[in-house]
Design a protein around this ligand. Structure first.
Ligand code: PRX
Length: 635
């Protein structure tokens, strides 16, 4: 086999060329040619890809751009993402192919063929219908990483009820405010989930959230951990009991949807205020997740794909649930922590299941890297042919470890840059792309990106600027649920015709893109997206806190960690105990990932004259960096 070679590039460090074997197997052989085509005639390009999927009725118009930024794709087309994720496959040999292989943290294993997955989805869809869930009703799903999470999402899609999945690591207030915004009447949850050998008591959290948001009329509870839980008569039902009823038979019709009908809402953090409900559709999102996964990870029938994210985040929506099923692939899913019971858990599963592609986040790689090479070296990882990274910039040290120790210098790393809002990969290598550690390389087909200055002018190579997207693409968010103004203002106000990503980046002289990070008040903690505003509002919901500010500071494993500063109400004394209580309080309200690393007690917070907290200044002070322009600082 031809080994890849690392060539020194004086500007950006090493360049890694994929091996001849990887290149020869690749689905896309000529990036430049295809990219050019996608730029010259995007509608034609996307129509071709959409044509690889089934439609009940073909679209009349590929793109309707008559009312920007409210773009519409495949207008007049009729489909349902389930038509292509399940219905299509069960009519072919894939009926007997594994769709999902799942391992629980305690070591229990469950597998689903396309036939079996479809049967469970049909049963659950019938059940939801019998509970009165109709097309357009938003169902909230709050589950651990178990197969029912996938089944629930697909069942909702099948009947045209948009799902709103709340990450199982979120807690009471995060769940309550999402239920409230979506006005959900049905909640799907579990008694608990396994994490690091302990039970995360999801139903207890759900009970508290339902008490805060009484819109929920029915709560379906999946038994996972088996401990005693509270079940409210007339509201809470065991999933197993319902699925045993004659109503949930295994035939169920897939509802025909307009291409532009919403498939799901996924709440994500923005610059200000509460999380916003990002809306994705049946048609465009389907075409986009199908084609990005196919081209970037070269999905083949014999692959065993493992996206190690959680279905509760966009990565899981697009690349655990929809993308792999649309491609008829076999996916692996794991419930628990990478280090449980030992730091070889992931490597053992790769060997055991013959995983061919691993897609994960830099924070997970750094977390495993600190245990040394021996844990990985003890296992046969030769099944791996491609690796992937997502969620935050990958530091070259972690990149090299991933490449050398996990991939044995055979598997190129697809560093995919994208967002909840973009639906799928936006800037990413293909298996044929020469790689530079830390660069997400080049835009995907049809994606027209630029790095611009404050005025929207393109900056010269090597200079940092705002990352923007110039052309609409099928996987883009359509709006913010119930808040079109916020959609317009957040993404389209600053650069008018260009989508503002919120990230800063630079392009090198070879045209490679390097993502630097968020330019707003969003903090990526272990790859998870959190807003300073959410942490601050959780802090001020504690009786001791008058005012609070949260910032992100660099952290070796997490990438960033949250640090908080609080001003106490009179009558409260600062103490280590209170600091700890405040950290726990944030954990209880939002979730353990949002717990500040440290809570500092202060007398005042730096603010602008208009009263905005200057987090930039807090950050500079904490890091001992120059304070920059402080002319707007209040006395
Ligand atoms: O800052 C970028 C970072 O994650 C943000 C989007 O977060 P979220 O909506 O939660 O989606 C994460 C998974 C798609 C981006 O604005 N980000 C994501 N991928 C990368 C990245 N930063 C650098 N390199 C990446 N590969």
């Amino acid at each position: 086999m031809v080994q890849p070679t690392a060539v020194k590039n004086e500007m950006e460090g090493d360049v890694y060329h994929p091996s001849a074997e990887v290149v020869s197997e690749a689905y896309i052989q000529d990036y430049d040619k295809m990219y050019q085509r996608s730029m010259d005639d995007p509608e034609d390009f996307w129509a071709d890809l959409a044509g690889e999927l089934d439609w009940y009725k073909k679209w009349d118009q590929v793109l309707d751009d008559s009312n920007p930024p409210f773009y519409k794709w495949f207008v007049g087309g009729k489909t349902n993402i389930i038509q292509n994720a399940l219905d299509r496959h069960v009519k072919t040999y894939r009926k007997n192919k594994l769709a999902l292989v799942w391992e629980g943290e305690p070591g229990d294993v469950r597998t689903f063929s396309y036939f079996a997955l479809n049967r469970e989805v049909c049963k659950f869809a019938n059940l939801l219908r019998s509970m009165g869930v109709e097309k357009g009703d938003i169902v909230t799903i709050y589950l651990p990483r178990i197969p029912e999470q996938v089944i629930a999402m697909l069942a909702c899609a099948k009947i045209g009820a948009p799902h709103s999945v709340v990450y199982g690591g979120f807690s009471v207030e995060a769940l309550a405010e999402r239920i409230e915004d979506a006005e959900s009447r049905v909640l799907i949850t579990a008694d608990g989930g396994w994490l690091r050998g302990k039970i995360v008591k999801l139903k207890d959290i759900a009970d508290e959230a339902m008490a805060r948001q009484p819109t929920i009329e029915s709560c379906i509870v999946i038994k996972r951990t088996g401990q005693e839980i509270y079940m409210e008569a007339g509201r809470d039902y065991w999933y197993d009991e319902l699925m045993g009823l004659p109503i949930s038979n295994s035939q169920s019709e897939t509802v025909q949807m307009d291409a532009e009908d919403p498939l799901f809402i996924l709440y994500t953090s923005g610059t200000t205020g509460r999380p916003k409900g990002v809306v994705h559709t049946h048609g465009g999102y389907m075409v986009y997740t199908y084609s990005t996964l196919k081209c970037v990870f070269d999905i083949k029938d014999e692959d065993r794909w493992w996206c190690a994210a959680d279905p509760g985040w966009i990565t899981g929506h697009s690349y655990i649930v929809y993308g792999p099923l649309l491609n008829g692939a076999t996916s692996f899913m794991y419930e628990g922590a990478p280090t449980h019971p030992y730091p070889n858990r992931w490597w053992k599963m790769i060997e055991n299941y013959g995983i061919t592609i691993l897609y994960t986040a830099p924070t997970a790689i750094r977390g495993l890297m600190r245990f040394g090479d021996a844990w990985a070296n003890r296992h046969d990882l030769s099944s791996l042919r491609l690796l992937g990274s997502v969620g935050e910039p990958i530091n070259p040290e972690a990149w090299r470890w991933y490449y050398q120790v996990v991939g044995k210098e055979r598997s190129p790393i697809m560093d995919t840059w994208w967002q909840t809002e973009t639906g799928g990969f936006m800037i990413t290598p293909l298996p044929i792309t020469p790689l530079k550690p830390g660069s997400a390389t080049k835009p995907f087909f049809g994606i027209d990106v630029e790095v611009v200055d404050e005025e929207g002018e393109v900056v010269p190579p090597g200079e940092e600027g705002y990352l923007v997207v110039k052309k609409p693409w099928p996987g883009m968010l359509r709006t913010i649920y119930r808040d079109p103004e916020r959609y317009q203002q957040q993404y389209w106000e600053k650069f008018k015709t260009k989508y503002q990503t919120g990230d800063s980046a630079r392009r090198d002289k070879d045209g490679y893109l390097w993502i630097i990070g968020r330019m707003d008040d969003v903090i990526k903690v272990s790859g998870y997206r959190l807003g300073t505003a959410e942490v601050e509002s959780a802090l001020v919901s504690h009786p001791a806190v008058a005012e609070a500010a949260a910032i992100g500071l660099p952290h070796d494993i997490k990438g960033n960690a949250i640090h908080a500063y609080v001003i106490l109400r009179s009558g409260y004394e600062q103490s280590e105990k209170l600091g700890d209580e405040l950290r726990q309080h944030v954990g209880h309200e939002i979730g353990p990932i949002a717990k500040p690393e440290q809570v500092g007690f202060v007398e005042s917070l730096p603010k602008t004259r208009s009263g905005k907290i200057m987090r930039r200044l807090l950050r500079a002070r904490a890091l001992g960096e120059p304070e920059g322009d402080i002319s707007t600082l209040e006395d």
